[in-house]
Design a protein around this ligand. Structure first.
Ligand code: GLA
Length: 728
C-alpha cells in the first residue's frame, strides 16, 4: 500500500521515499518527514524550546513550547500565530484573516485524483493512490482538503488543495498555494531557472539566506524570466550524489515559488499561483481548486530527479496520439521566409525539404488577415489571399502530393488593433477603461476568461483546421500580459482575472485538442516563455527558444532538461550566420544539438550547398534511427556547458544495450590532451562496441575512465558516439 494511516500518522510511500505527517492531539497537521525511507515514525525530530515572540495557540494552555511559528506544518495558514510564509490566506467580510486549520477527516481513494478545469498528472488505478485530508476552521466553517497523489513506481507525489466555503458568508482567498513543504533540518541550497527572451532557463544555485527568497512570474504566462520549477538540494549535491527535492507546478500563468529560511534555520517552500496577482471570491457552498504541484526527492543527485520528472511528464502529463509516437521531422518557415512568402515560395521550400526527407512543412506567422509584418492581422484567422491566392486547400494539397504533411501557426489569444476583429470587438481586448493599454510587439491580449471570446476562437481555429488537411498546430503567444481588467467581472473581483485567463486557455486548448485528436499541437511563447508542465498536458512539445544558435541552445536545453523530457523540447537546425547571434556553427554540430529534442529545420534548404544537403539527409536518417532512443531512453547531462568547454549528453536505452553520446566541443586548444568523458547508466557487466570504428570498451572503462572526445579542429566541433552492448 502506498498510503497508510496509523494513529493519525500518514505514511506516503514510494519505491524510494517516505512522506510523513501527523495530526497531533490538537488536530494540527504537522509535517514530519520527506526523505529516504526510515521505517519509523519521525515525530522524535520535533522538539522545540519556548521561543519568545513565537506565540502559542490558546488551546496549548501553559505549554509555551507548542507554537505554530516553529513547528513544521503541512499547510500553513495566515493569521493564527505562524509568522512564516503561509500557504493559504482568506479574508472575511469583517476584514479579518485568521484561518485555524485543524484535522477533521481523511480518506484513501484508489487511483489519481483529477482537478476540474486544470491539467494534472493522470494514472491508472493500479499506478497511484490518492490521500485526502480534510482540515477545518471551526469558526468560519472553511474547509481545506489537501490532496496527495502517490505514484510509488515513479517516486512521485503530487499535491493540490481544495478550499471549500462551508460558512454562511462569502470570503476572499488572497493566497492559495498548491504546495507547502517544511524541512526542519539540513543546510539547503536552491536552484531556480531564470532568463529572458532568447535565453531561457539558466540554472542558478544559491545557498539560502535567512528570510524569503522567491522566483515568480506576474506576466500572465509562466515566462522566459523564471520557470515554475525549483530544486532544493543539500550542500555538495551533484548530478550523481546528494539529497535533493524537486517541484514542478502544472500551471501556465502567474506563479510564485517562495522559500523562507527561518529564525530556527528551518526551510519552508511554498509554490502555487502568484499571490501578488491573485484573489478569488468564494461564495457559500463554492470550492476553489489550486493547480497541482509535482514533487520528488532522492539522495542520488539531480540526475535521478530529472529521470523521474521526465518520466512523469512524458507518461503521465502529456496526452494524446503523439504522446509516445515519434514526432515528424518538420521544416518551419519562420527563419526561412519570415512574413515574406506566397504559395510558390512555400511550395519551393517544401519541395527542397521533401527531397531531403523532411516529413512536414509548417507555415509560420504571416498567412492570415493583412499580416505582412507584426503590426496587423492578429485575430483575423482567415487566409490572406494576396499571399495564398488559391487558398489553403490548394497549398496543402500540393504539399501533401510531395508526401509531406502540413502544419500551421496561430496566436489565438492575441489581437492587433489593426484587424477586423478589433474593429468589430475592441471590447474583447484586455485594457483598463480610461487608460491607454501597454502594447507588446504592437499587439493586445484577448480576454479569454470570456466564454464568447473562447467560442469565437474555437470556431475560427476549427474552421481553418477543417478547411484543409492540417496535421500540426504551433500555438504561439508573443507578449507579457498587463492591464489586467475584464469587463465581465465586478470591481471587487478583478483580482481573479489572471487565474481566469489561464482557466480560459486550458478550456480552449481542451476543446480544440479533443476536437482534433489527430493534430499535433506544439506550444510556443516567443520560444520558451510558456514552457511548463501545464502546457504539456495539451501540447506534447513546446518550441524551446527563439534562440536557434546551437551554442546557446546547449545551455538553454541543459537548463530545460532538469525537469522536462527531451521529447517535449522543440529544437531546429537553422541557417548560419545565426539570425539571433550572428554566429556560424558547422551544420553537424547544429544538428546534434537540435536532435536533443523534437527535431526539425528552420531554414530554406534550397540555399544549402550540395554537401550540406547530403548532411541534412544523413541527419534525418540518423534521427529516424536514434529518435526512439533519444525520446524513450534515459537522458544524462555529462557536462555543464556553463562551466566546461564542451556540452556533452547521453541517451541510454531501457536495457542499457544502446548508448548515444552527442554534443559539441566549443573551442579547440592547441597542444592539449583529449578530454575524457565518463559515461553513465551502462550495464557494468557488459562490453560495448563503438559503431564508428568497431573498437570495444568495457562498461567499467567507459564509466570510470571515460571515452576520449574527438580530436578537435576549429570551433564548435560535433561529438557523436553510438555504442551497442555486445552479446557474449
Ligand atoms: C514567435 C515564435 C517564433 C515565430 C514568431 C512568428 O516569436 O517563437 O518561432 O513563430 O513568433 O511571429
Amino acid at each position: 500500500m502506498a498510503v497508510r494511516i496509523e494513529n493519525e500518522t500518514f505514511y506516503l510511500e514510494t519505491e524510494n521515499t517516505l512522506y510523513q505527517m501527523k495530526a497531533d492531539c490538537r488536530g494540527v497537521l504537522k509535517h514530519l518527514w520527506y526523505g529516504a525511507k526510515t521505517g519509523q515514525d519521525m515525530e522524535y525530530l520535533l522538539e522545540y524550546p519556548d521561543v519568545a515572540f513565537s506565540g502559542n495557540p490558546y488551546d496549548a494552555g501553559r505549554d509555551r513550547t507548542y507554537s505554530l511559528d516553529t513547528m513544521p506544518l503541512e499547510y500553513a495558514a495566515e493569521g493564527v500565530g505562524d509568522f512564516r510564509l503561509s500557504a493559504v490566506t482568506v479574508r472575511y467580510e469583517d476584514g479579518t484573516s485568521a484561518l485555524d486549520l485543524r484535522y477533521e477527516s481523511s480518506r484513501i481513494v484508489p487511483g489519481k485524483y483529477s482537478i476540474p478545469g486544470l491539467p494534472a498528472v493522470y494514472a491508472d488505478e493500479d499506478e497511484a493512490q490518492t490521500l485526502e485530508i480534510c482540515l477545518k476552521d471551526a469558526v468560519s466553517g472553511i474547509r481545506v482538503i489537501l490532496k496527495y497523489g502517490v505514484m510509488p513506481e515513479c517516486d512521485i507525489i503530487t499535491r493540490s488543495a481544495v478550499i471549500e466555503n462551508n460558512g454562511g458568508h462569502p470570503v476572499v482567498i488572497d493566497r492559495a498555494h498548491s504546495l507547502c513543504l517544511d524541512i526542519p533540518y539540513g543546510q539547503w541550497e536552491w536552484v531556480h531557472f531564470h532568463g529572458r527572451h532568447l535565453k531561457e532557463r539558466t540554472p542558478e544555485r544559491r545557498p539560502l539566506f535567512h528570510g524569503v527568497q522567491q522566483s515568480a512570474s506576474g506576466r500572465g504566462i509562466s515566462s522566459h524570466h523564471q520557470n515554475p520549477t525549483v530544486l532544493l538540494c543539500e550542500e555538495g549535491c551533484t548530478e550523481t550524489s546528494g539529497t535533493c527535492i524537486g517541484a514542478a507546478l502544472v500551471y501556465s500563468g502567474c506563479f510564485q515559488t517562495q522559500i523562507e529560511y527561518d529564525q530556527l534555520n528551518q526551510t519552508r517552500l511554498v509554490m502555487g499561483s502568484n499571490s501578488e496577482r491573485f484573489s478569488w471570491e468564494l461564495a457559500p457552498g463554492e470550492r476553489f481548486y489550486t493547480p497541482e504541484a509535482v514533487l520528488s526527492m532522492t539522495d542520488a543527485g539531480f540526475e535521478t530527479l530529472s529521470h523521474r520528472f521526465h518520466r512523469v511528464i512524458r507518461e503521465h502529463i502529456c496526452r494524446g496520439k503523439y504522446k509516445r509516437m515519434e514526432r515528424p521531422v518538420l521544416l518551419n518557415s519562420w527563419e526561412a521566409a519570415y512574413f515574406d512568402f506566397d504559395e510558390e515560395k512555400l511550395v519551393e521550400i517544401a519541395r527542397g525539404a521533401a527531397e531531403l526527407g523532411v516529413d512536414m512543412l509548417v507555415m509560420d506567422d504571416g498567412w492570415f488577415g493583412h499580416r505582412d509584418n507584426d503590426e496587423a492581422g492578429l485575430g483575423d484567422w482567415y487566409v490572406n489571399r494576396f499571399k495564398l491566392a488559391s487558398g489553403l486547400e490548394s497549398l496543402v494539397g500540393r504539399i501533401n502530393a510531395m508526401g509531406m504533411d502540413f502544419g500551421i501557426w496561430f496566436e489565438p489569444e492575441m489581437i492587433s488593433e489593426d484587424s477586423d476583429l478589433f474593429r468589430a470587438h475592441s471590447e474583447w481586448a484586455i485594457r483598463i477603461p480610461g487608460r491607454d493599454p501597454v502594447r507588446g510587439r504592437y499587439q493586445l491580449v484577448l480576454d479569454i476568461s470570456r466564454a464568447d471570446v473562447r467560442d469565437y476562437l474555437f470556431e475560427a481555429v476549427s474552421r481553418i483546421l477543417n478547411s484543409a488537411n492540417i496535421a500540426y498546430v504551433k500555438w504561439d503567444f508573443n507578449r507579457s500580459v498587463s492591464d489586467w481588467y475584464s469587463e465581465l467581472l465586478p470591481a471587487d473581483r478583478q483580482g481573479e482575472m489572471p487565474h481566469r485567463f489561464v482557466l480560459g486557455l486550458y478550456d480552449l486548448l481542451e476543446r480544440l485538442t479533443q476536437a482534433f485528436p489527430d493534430v499535433l499541437f506544439e506550444g510556443c511563447c516567443g520560444g520558451g516563455g510558456r514552457f511548463d508542465a501545464g502546457i504539456l498536458y495539451y501540447c506534447p512539445q513546446i518550441w524551446c527558444s527563439d534562440d536557434t544558435d546551437a551554442y546557446e541552445r546547449t545551455q538553454i536545453q541543459y537548463g530545460t532538461s532538469f525537469f522536462y523530457p527531451v521529447s517535449s523540447v522543440g529544437s531546429h537546425v537553422s541557417a548560419v550566420p545565426n539570425h539571433q547571434t550572428g554566429r556560424s556553427i558547422p551544420i553537424r554540430s547544429r544538428s546534434v544539438t537540435a536532435m536533443a529534442g523534437s527535431f526539425g529545420y528552420e531554414l530554406d534548404v534550397n540555399r544549402l550547398t550540395e554537401e550540406e544537403k547530403e548532411d541534412v539527409k544523413a541527419q534525418i536518417r540518423a534521427f529516424k534511427e536514434y529518435g526512439p532512443l533519444i525520446h524513450n531512453g534515459k537522458y544524462y547531462r555529462l557536462s555543464n556547458p556553463f562551466e566546461e568547454q564542451y556540452a556533452v549528453w547521453e541517451y541510454v536505452s531501457a536495457d542499457a544495450g544502446q548508448i548515444l553520446v552527442q554534443g559539441m566541443i566549443f573551442r579547440t586548444e592547441p597542444n592539449s590532451v583529449r578530454s575524457l568523458i565518463r559515461l553513465r547508466g551502462l550495464d557494468p557487466q557488459k562490453n560495448y562496441r563503438l559503431r564508428e570504428d568497431g573498437s570495444i570498451y568495457s562498461a567499467g572503462a567507459l564509466m570510470n575512465a571515460g571515452i576520449p572526445l574527438p580530436k578537435a579542429w576549429g570551433d564548435y566541433v560535433p561529438v557523436e558516439f553510438y555504442l551497442e552492448a555486445i552479446e557474449e
